[in-house]
Design a protein around this ligand. Structure first.
Ligand SMILES: NC(=O)c1ccc[n+]([C@@H]2O[C@H](COP(=O)([O-])OP(=O)(O)OC[C@H]3O[C@@H](n4cnc5c(N)ncnc54)[C@H](O)[C@@H]3O)[C@@H](O)[C@H]2O)c1
Length: 330
């Protein structure tokens, strides 16, 4: 058991897509803090195509070698049956579940005008339907436990993207799915509050095969002349461990962006300015002057992506690579 208030001993955590990247770090750290972990991974490529690889087995071997407890699970979480199978694996193996981390995913970046219906559906399915497919059976179990008076509680941590803050050009399917994940998280937090279950969302940033962000944050680290690697997925994983812990019972329906040593609270779905008349509506003519005044700098989404992102996009061959690659989030 590690130091601090994060006590996960005896808890069971399910982490989807934890054979690689951020999910792998999350599974390893949850196990290090004492949780038993269902390591789910389908072993697909970054575009979701099959590879025949079994990365979940490797992560389980790492956890067992370090003295922890884990089982591998290879279901496709974008299907309802797959999500139920992940939850059932935790119940069959250890008789309970305490934490669900919805992390699995892949991208099919292309401008919306070039995007095929399959590319749209597959990305929406893995991120948005996947978060529902695993969370729903877990919530059913937590609710039945609470109603039977046995225990109250549970933790859902969903994964969004910082690209939502920057427009997401070339990633419309991906950001649409992730925006749905954010909205789903807020609804789940409200629905599950009576049962002591929290639901939160993170916007991670880490150097993985899916996101080549090393060039940017790594360069910053070099400038600071430090060994600290802000691109290491472990920083995201530590946040997950906190959110999974009993200490985080006060926090629900919230979104945080985690980038190395920077944790930002992201406010979602808030009204920031109001144009109000008590006794009349606004005509379209009135809005010609009122809306620019009200929106001000908030109209930034129509700006083109920063020039360095565009240069990188072109250097990597245009449409075959994400213009978001190298951006603050993927
Ligand atoms: N890396 C970043 O900086 C970054 C930024 C923003 C958001 N994210 C999000 O973080 C999550 C993890 O990304 P990553 O960078 O670690 O990617 P990754 O490709 O390294 O890992 C994703 C894992 O998910 C698995 N997976 C994919 N589809 C699956 C399915 N249907 N069922 C089960 N497993 C499946 C893959 O096999 C893979 O091992 C994703 O949701 C991604 O959108 C990452």
């Amino acid at each position: 058991m590690l130091e601090g208030q994060v006590e996960l001993e005896g808890m069971v955590a399910l982490v989807t897509g934890s054979g690689r990247g951020i999910g792998r770090a999350e599974a390893l750290r949850l196990a290090a803090y004492g949780a038993k972990v269902v390591v789910n991974d389908l072993g697909v490529a970054t575009d979701g195509s099959e590879t025949g690889e079994t990365p979940a087995d490797e992560v389980v071997a790492e956890i067992l070698a370090a003295g922890g407890e884990a089982v591998a699970e290879r279901s496709d979480i974008s299907s309802i049956e797959g999500g139920e199978a992940v939850v059932q694996r935790g119940l069959d193996t250890w008789g309970r579940i305490d934490v669900v981390v919805n992390n699995a995913g892949f991208g099919r970046p292309r401008m919306a005008f070039n995007l095929s219906p399959e590319e749209w559906d597959d990305v929406i399915r893995v991120h948005l339907r996947g978060a529902f497919a695993v969370s729903a059976p877990a919530c059913r179990w937590w609710r039945s436990e609470a109603k039977a008076g046995r225990r109250a509680g549970g933790r859902v941590v969903n994964t969004a993207t910082g690209l939502l803050l920057y427009g997401g050009a070339g990633q419309s399917n991906y950001v649409a799915a992730k925006a749905g994940v954010l909205a789903f998280t807020e609804a789940l937090a409200t629905e599950m509050a009576p049962y002591g279950v929290t639901a939160n969302c993170i916007m991670p940033s880490a150097a993985t095969r899916l996101a080549d962000i090393g060039w940017r944050m790594g360069r910053n680290a070099a400038l600071l002349d430090t060994d600290f690697d802000p691109t290491d997925p472990v920083h995201v994983a530590e946040m997950i461990c906190y959110l999974a812990s009993p200490s985080a019972g006060w926090l629900s329906g919230q979104c945080s962006q985690v980038r190395g040593g920077i944790i930002e609270h992201v406010q979602t779905f808030v009204v920031d300015h109001v144009a109000m008349r008590a006794d009349a509506g606004w005509s379209a003519k009135d809005l010609v002057t009122e809306l620019p005044r009200m929106f001000g700098a908030g109209a930034r989404r129509s700006d083109p992506p920063p020039k360095e992102w565009q240069d990188q996009y072109r250097a990597k061959g245009g449409a075959s690579t994400s213009p978001g690659t190298g951006s603050p989030g993927t």
